[in-house]
Ligand binder design. Structure first.
Ligand SMILES: Nc1ncnc2c1ncn2[C@@H]1O[C@H](COP(=O)(O)OP(=O)(O)OP(=O)(O)O)[C@@H](O)[C@H]1O
Ligand SMILES: [Mg+2]
Length: 484
């Protein structure tokens, strides 16, 4: 495999352009299923080349497979595990590698959402880590510079977007933390890989059309924005044999509405010109994220016959999407929670449209479990083994035994939380901790789950009060134009 050398990721788009290098190697789209991804993050101080990083990682896994088998199971399909504390003290791998994520691709529509592991899960030692071509090693460094503001006017007053060089430490771990009831995560990866393959093979767009536009819609707080960011980050890791690095632009739609009549359409055009100037370099994977896309792509019907500024913005957006799709390294990721207000001409341009609803009880349990495990990791909660969702479901829930009663209590809290979004759920552990008696040596898990159940109840009754109109005016009981 002819991989590019790792580099210190550039800090700005202009600096990024200075990192031009050899043209990307031809991509080979991995066959789905039975493929293992080893995502190796080098330390900022490491000067290891990608080729050496791949060899070192394979050799380490081959040597350690027996030991790893005694420590932990291989992750089930669709799940991942992070090796970090497992590197031998003083070894080369410890000197160069910050962490290593192991992920197994899945076959078919199930087991790919972080919820339902399916398929055969071999043990570490049965895989030939040194040479098996189904094992793909991706070596990268995280960019640690965070986001930058992208201005599109000379005075620097229009902050049109935030941009990140990818993979970014800001987004590390986000993909793994998202839990959905559908197979959306693997479907998104499949979609991008297939769109790239069509571009690569030179498929005639007059016969088969694709725009590389993703549109996620659904109620607030269900993970749409996080998923788009995480996808861009994950692609920068997985496709790093084709692209030197990625760049994510998070468009600030509101900044593009100028106070000067008719100027907004020009601002949209200028913003896309900035993005295009980066995307002209075929070694950069450019992901453009337009959150709350309804503010740019509001339905043109609403404007009546007047050529309003909003109408000019929609037209400019559609024209720019049509132009930028000629660049094979650009992906446009959009989200909305008022999809009914979006221009159909925009919706038609999205190849991949998906509704993301509130999490099911099973997903809620998984999200709560991961919050609890995090609090245990930092010793705010006393350590206690909890059952994974699958293990819990394989036990008889109506007859909880001593060993699983805390997991069962957590599952009951998840059941009560039905209807709450991921965003709300992730805030509840903090509220539960506030209710507890402070301790210096880690709080008890059973007391925590009790408090968590109380705050779930409180959250639900607050929401019901707001919905029934007893809450403050203009909040949840004001339907506005929201579809969800
Ligand atoms: N399914 C989920 N799994 C894990 N975490 C989730 C999930 N859904 C939401 N979250 C968490 O909730 C927070 C808010 O998510 P995010 O901003 O992506 O939601 P959104 O759908 O874009 O909301 P909005 O429509 O209001 O913009 C994030 O911290 C995210 O990690
Ligand atoms: Mg959002």
């Amino acid at each position: 495999m002819n991989l590019p050398q790792p580099r210190d990721p550039p800090v700005s788009p202009l600096a990024a352009k200075a990192h031009q290098s050899a043209p990307p190697s031809k991509a080979v789209v991995a066959p789905r299923g039975g493929v293992w991804h080893v995502e190796v993050c080098l330390k900022p101080t490491s000067s290891l080349s990608v080729t050496s990083g791949v060899q070192m990682s394979r050799a380490f896994l081959a040597q350690m497979a027996d030991t790893l088998d005694s420590l932990r199971p291989l992750p089930a399909p669709g799940h991942s595990c992070r090796l970090q504390a497992d590197f031998p003290e003083g070894s080369d791998i410890q000197r160069h590698v910050a962490f290593m994520d192991i992920v197994q691709d899945t076959v078919g529509p199930q087991g790919v959402n972080g919820l339902d592991p399916v398929g055969v899960c071999p043990v570490w030692a049965t895989l030939n880590w040194a040479t098996d071509p189904r094992i793909r090693v991706h070596v990268f460094k995280l960019d640690v510079h965070g986001s930058q503001t992208e201005d599109i006017d000379e005075e620097g007053t229009v902050h049109a977007a935030l941009s990140w060089i990818l993979p970014s430490s800001d987004i590390d771990g986000q993909w793994e933390s998202l839990v959905f009831d559908s197979n959306i995560k693997s479907a998104l990866l499949d979609y991008v890989q297939m769109a790239m393959l069509l571009s690569e093979r030179g498929v005639d767009p007059n016969r088969v059309s694709w725009n590389r536009v993703v549109f996620l819609h659904g109620p607030p707080g269900t993970g749409k924005t996080s998923l788009c960011q995480a996808l861009a980050h994950k692609l920068a890791i997985r496709l790093n044999d084709q692209y030197q690095y990625g760049q994510l632009f998070e468009v600030n739609s509101h900044s593009l509405f100028s106070k000067w009549f008719s100027e907004s359409g020009n601002l949209v055009q200028r913003m896309f010109e900035t993005i295009r100037s980066i995307a002209d370099d075929p070694t950069v994977l450019v992901c453009v994220m337009i959150d709350e896309v309804e503010s740019l792509a509001a339905t043109r019907k609403a404007g009546g016959n007047e050529p309003t500024d909003a109408l000019r913005v929609v037209n400019a957006l559609l024209t720019q999407i049509d132009q930028i799709k000629r660049l094979p390294n650009v992906l446009i990721l959009t989200t909305s929670n008022v999809s009914g207000a979006i221009d159909l001409a925009f919706v038609d341009r999205a190849d991949f449209k998906k509704y993301i609803g509130p999490p099911s009880t099973r997903a809620l349990y998984q999200i709560l479990l991961s919050s609890v495990e995090e609090l245990m990791r930092v010793r705010i909660l006393q350590s206690h083994p909890l059952l994974s969702l699958n293990a819990l479901e394989n036990t008889n829930l109506s007859l909880p035994s001593d060993s699983n009663c805390l997991s069962y209590a957590l599952f009951k809290a998840a059941q009560k939380a039905n209807g709450l979004s991921g965003r709300i759920l992730k805030k509840l552990p903090l509220l539960a901790l506030i209710k507890m008696t402070p301790t210096s040596d880690g709080a008890s898990l059973s007391e925590f789950i009790e408090c968590l159940t109380q705050v779930v109840d409180e959250e639900i009754s607050d929401r019901n009060a707001l919905r029934s109109g007893n809450g403050p005016p203009g909040t949840l009981n004001n339907p506005d134009k929201t579809t969800y």
